[in-house]
Design a binder for this molecule. Structure first.
Ligand SMILES: Cc1ncc(COP(=O)(O)O)c(C=O)c1O
Length: 376
């Protein structure tokens, strides 16, 4: 008798999965400081909650394509409504782009480490993920190596700007070198709203028809649980996304939340300030502890703790003794002592700093692994 799995598409057995055990843990333990998921610690504004509540009254109807909102979003970037795809969070953009561009065996180039959902969703389509490590010296995009990795099977290139977890921005010249290949290229700007001073790459979509940008309101706008993202591209790419995507992919509540969050710019500014102020404090505090934080961009900071001889998993376990959850980072260039944190509420951040002092100052002294460059 055959098994059900004999009928699964063959590439599924080797595909990656995205593990969200840590989310189950966090919801089951509300006293844990969830500093591991690049979430926003500030709840949605009353304006957002009111907009969602109000639209529930029309919940008996299917949503349309919300052309007015597409128009508004497009206009903000000098584009029209037909250049905008609305997504159930930018994860849906990631899923759709794999289904638009990849056949089993086709290749996608990823500069790693980066957001692992790209690798997961490519593999679910039978795509081959070609990982090009970020440069060892500065964890910057190794564009020469990315260009050298292109084959006739390359159907997609991904650039996350700033990259998660490293926080590094790609140079414009480097990005243009990639775009000049003509290969469809996703520029993921999930975290750019934390940096109003840094220009978006959306104008490149006009210059290079193979460029498209992916955006989310999960981060600076803080509605991760309400799910809203969008894509800006030439019309042919948007049409392909519409074709592979589901109609009514966003509920009326997603749409209302997205629209209200985009309009509530005061609330956005408050969230950005909370994040960026804490980032400065964390950066200095970690340096003072002898850690090597990367300059943070977005709502996360990669920290190099390799001098302390702990693995990322050990750091996570030790922090969890105080109910502080940090992000475990896969080894980078063979080094296993990195971790990533996202600012939480004031109380959670104070707790996290205390925890880190325990691990990297008090206990490090006991372990006699105190690095010589500590300032305080
Ligand atoms: C680079 C990047 N892109 C996209 C996402 C997905 O965001 P969402 O699906 O919540 O919009 C994340 C989430 O962490 C991310 O880090």
């Amino acid at each position: 008798m055959s098994k059900n799995s004999d009928y699964f598409v063959p590439w599924l057995k080797d595909a990656y999965s995205y593990n969200i055990d840590v989310l189950d843990m966090a919801w089951a333990n509300p006293d844990v400081a969830r500093l591991m998921l690049n979430e926003n610690p500030i709840p949605p504004s009353q304006k957002i909650i009111d907009a969602v509540t109000e639209v529930c009254e029309k919940g008996n109807y299917y949503p349309d394509r919300w052309w007015n909102l597409r128009e508004k979003i497009g206009k903000a970037y000098g584009f029209g409504a037909k250049n905008v795809f609305l997504a159930n969070g930018s994860s849906e953009n990631i899923d759709n782009m794999m289904r638009v561009f990849l056949r089993p065996g086709d290749e996608v180039i990823l500069a790693t480490p980066t957001f692992t959902l790209f690798r997961v969703r490519a593999s679910i389509c039978g795509g081959k993920v070609v990982e090009v490590p970020l440069r060892e010296s500065d964890l910057q995009y190794d564009v020469d190596a990315m260009l050298a990795a292109i084959t006739e099977k390359t159907k997609l290139i991904v650039v996350v700007n700033p990259n998660n977890p490293t926080g590094i921005f790609i140079d414009d010249d480097d990005l243009r070198r990639i775009l000049k290949t003509g290969i469809p290229t996703c520029i993921d700007e999930a975290y750019l709203a934390y940096h109003p001073e840094v220009p978006s790459k959306v104008p490149l979509v006009k210059e290079y028809p193979n460029a498209f940008t992916s955006h989310t309101l999960s981060k600076a706008h803080g509605i991760a649980g309400m799910r809203f993202g969008y894509l800006i591209a030439q019309e042919d790419i948007i049409e392909a996304f519409e074709q592979v995507g589901l109609p009514w992919n966003l509920s009326l509540m997603n749409l209302a939340a997205g629209e209200a969050a985009l309009e509530d710019t005061d609330h956005l500014a408050r969230k950005v300030k909370h994040n960026n102020d804490w980032m400065k404090r964390y950066y200095k505090a970690f340096k003072d502890m002898g850690l090597k934080p990367f300059e943070p961009h977005g709502n996360y900071m990669l920290v190099d703790a390799n001098d302390f001889g702990l693995t990322s998993q050990e750091i996570y376990d030790k922090a969890m003794e105080d109910k502080v959850a940090v992000k475990i980072i896969e080894p980078i260039h063979g080094k296993a002592g990195y971790f990533r944190i996202t600012p939480g509420t004031d109380e959670e951040n104070e707790r996290c700093l205390k925890t880190m002092r325990r691990i990297f100052v008090d206990e490090a002294t006991l372990r006699n692994s105190r690095p010589p460059n500590r300032l305080a």
